[in-house]
Ligand binder design. Structure first.
Ligand code: SAM
Length: 278
């Protein structure tokens, strides 16, 4: 049993490419843990060596045999179990959600050692609004499912963050341009590694660039929020007012059109009275 860690589950964020990004606390937890649950033992062996950890590893996936999860949760009663992903923060497009859920339900101590995450790194690098964003994970590969997913967020006033792979980039960007509108976007590649690059442009420009040269390595696409709708024209306002007058009083029609189209209520009321008089 670990001399320095309380029994329980330790969610440990690892680097997303640059080993030096492993935090000192994360390295300490990996050294002191009784057991490290990992996605891939070969991938994690390198990081454990770097951290100076000799803790035994156990492969874990949320779709693993339920008995593996149950056994891990039993062990957390008396041992410190660390959860580590191949890259970045566990649970973020990586295994761990069910383990955390069931450990909490069993009353185990659960804590996190936060650190690198490609989605967060990309939003900071993108030059796009970072006040509101939605993490979308990987888009479905099939065109229909991809279109359905994009349709769910088309009107959302937030930046969107997608994980992507090089071969799918051109198609995904073209679908986004088509279904979300040709918004500004950033393709963030190989973050924290030697060949880190950020390519910015409209979705259609980035799609063309990826068609001409398939991007290599690991990729996050960030898409800016939809632009403001263009102000309504005089004809549109007049038509809305005429329609509203078929249902409402002049005062109510003016208020409704002012609210929905952002026009001046006083002018609308005057026009509504004129139309009524005709
Ligand atoms: N758990 C990880 C995290 O915290 O970001 C993500 C794991 S997910 C299986 C792997 C995806 O994350 C990659 O396909 C890529 O989209 C993104 N990714 C991971 N490392 C990256 C990096 N260094 N640069 C750009 N994208 C990266």
């Amino acid at each position: 049993m670990s001399a320095s860690l309380a029994p329980g589950l330790y969610i440990v964020a690892g680097p997303i490419g640059n080993l030096s990004d492993l935090s000192p606390r994360a390295a300490q937890v990996l050294r002191d843990a009784d057991l490290v649950a990992v996605e891939d033992t070969r991938m994690s062996a390198k990081l454990l060596r770097h951290a100076g950890s000799e803790a035994p590893m156990l492969p874990y996936h949320d779709h693993s045999d339920e008995r593996v999860r149950t056994r891990l949760i039993e062990r957390m009663a008396g041992e410190a179990v660390a959860l580590l992903s191949d890259a970045g923060t566990p649970l973020i497009s990586d295994p761990g959600y069910k383990l955390v859920r069931d450990a909490q339900a069993a009353g185990r101590y659960v804590t996190t050692v936060p650190g690198p995450c490609a989605a967060i790194a990309a939003i900071t690098l993108s030059g796009l609004p970072s006040d509101r964003f939605l993490f979308m994970g990987f888009l479905p590969a099939k065109a229909k499912a991809r279109a359905d997913t994009l349709a769910e967020v088309v009107a959302l006033r937030a930046s969107l963050v997608f994980y992507e792979s090089g071969p799918r980039c051109a198609d995904s960007l073209a679908a986004m341009a088509d279904l979300l509108g040709d918004r500004p976007a950033a393709l963030c590649r190989e973050i924290s590694k030697l060949h880190e690059t950020v390519l910015t442009g409209s979705l259609s420009e980035l799609s063309v660039a990826c068609t001409q040269k398939e991007p290599k390595g690991e990729i996050v696409i960030v898409v800016g929020p939809p632009g403001e709708a263009p102000p309504a024209g005089a004809d549109e306002i007049e038509a809305a007012l005429v329609e509203a007058l078929t249902r409402l009083s002049a005062s109510q029609a003016a208020s409704e059109v002012a609210r929905t189209l952002g026009a001046d209520r006083k002018a609308l009321y005057a026009r509504a009275m004129e139309l009524k008089g005709k």
